[in-house]
Design a protein around this ligand. Structure first.
Ligand code: CP
Length: 309
């Protein structure tokens, strides 16, 4: 695949291939680039994990990384995303990793059949494919399968691109998804993926308790009535709810975490938490995403991936 913008059409075989290759990278696998490769990370929304782990993944693969600061770019003079991407293609950039606030910003770019590859690092409340794949890797490392693994996704579902990508991919992989959180942040279109239950119900029954960040920057007027303490008691993972979790169950959260809101601060480092493991896996999974794109472009030989299905 020359671009990676969504998990919508990603097969189980493809996901398992990516997990296997990420585990090989984690074990020290190296690959060879056939020529110098230039990458640019264009982040029009703030990020710590996704931005730095793509940057690290690019450097570990031996790519040259060009700096881009949206606030210092000609986007501030009104240049469009399309013209920005065409510009960096013209100067020789092979691969653009893009985060943007507009849902499906990538559609217009893909229609142009550009030579430069587009990797989606999150679009508005649309998709977050690299986060979803690193989440799949974390679940697979824990349970060795997705079949019938019960995953509850709790919180700000409506604003969450992570929730959208994960509900789609988990269902395709055979996991059982359930939702919880405020009714106003649940949409009936999620019903085909799983039921909307109470937080107490799903926490007791889940193998994976996946918490979502309350996205204050996307709440608008709702933020005026938002009370962090009340939210924590009603919908958060409190110490009391943690005590009801199943023996081998785990906690996930894409982060950044609002400590004391969606999760008790001390539980972020608890035995069941895989939150920092997710971040570690993210770097290896992003190496895979970039590698697969470069294989599709002929910059890495397919034979370099021998032994990976
Ligand atoms: N999980 C995630 O996307 O984090 P950042 O916004 O810090 O990249």
């Amino acid at each position: 695949q020359h671009d990676l913008v969504t998990v919508a059409d990603m097969s189980e075989t493809e996901v398992l291939h990516k997990i296997k290759l990420a585990q090989l990278f984690k074990a020290g696998k190296r690959i060879t680039l056939n020529r110098p490769v230039y990458a640019m990370n264009l982040f029009f929304e703030n990020s710590t994990r996704t931005h730095t782990s793509f940057d690290m993944a690019e450097r570990r693969l031996g790519m040259q990384v060009l700096q881009f600061d949206a606030n210092a770019s000609s986007v501030t003079k009104g240049e469009t995303l399309e013209d920005t991407v065409k510009t960096i293609q013209a100067i020789g950039v092979d691969l653009a990793v893009i985060r943007h606030s507009e849902n499906e910003y990538y559609n217009d770019l893909l229609k142009q059949n550009l030579d430069i590859s587009i990797v989606n690092a999150g679009d508005g409340s649309g998709q977050h494919p690299s986060q979803s794949l690193l989440d799949m890797m974390t679940i697979y490392e824990e349970f060795g399968t997705f079949k019938d693994i019960k995953v509850s996704i709790i919180g700000d579902l409506n604003h969450s691109r992570v929730a959208r990508s994960n509900m789609e991919l988990l269902t395709r992989l055979g996991a059982k998804v359930a939702f919880a959180g405020p009714n106003q942040w649940y949409d009936d279109k999620f019903a085909k993926y799983g039921a909307h239950l109470t937080v107490d119900e799903v926490v007791q029954d889940s193998d994976v308790v996946m918490l979502l960040r309350v996205q204050k920057e996307r709440l608008g007027d709702e933020l005026n009535d938002f009370d962090e303490g009340k939210y924590h008691q009603k919908y958060g993972l409190t110490k009391e709810r943690y005590a009801t979790m199943k023996e081998n169950s785990i906690i996930m959260h894409p982060a950044p975490v609002n400590r004391g809101v969606e999760i008790d601060s001390n539980l972020v480092e608890s035995d069941k938490s895989r939150i920092f493991k997710q971040m570690e896996n993210g770097m290896y999974m992003r190496m895979v995403i970039l590698t697969d794109v470069m294989v599709a472009k002929g910059i890495i030989n397919k034979t370099d991936l021998l032994g990976v299905d």
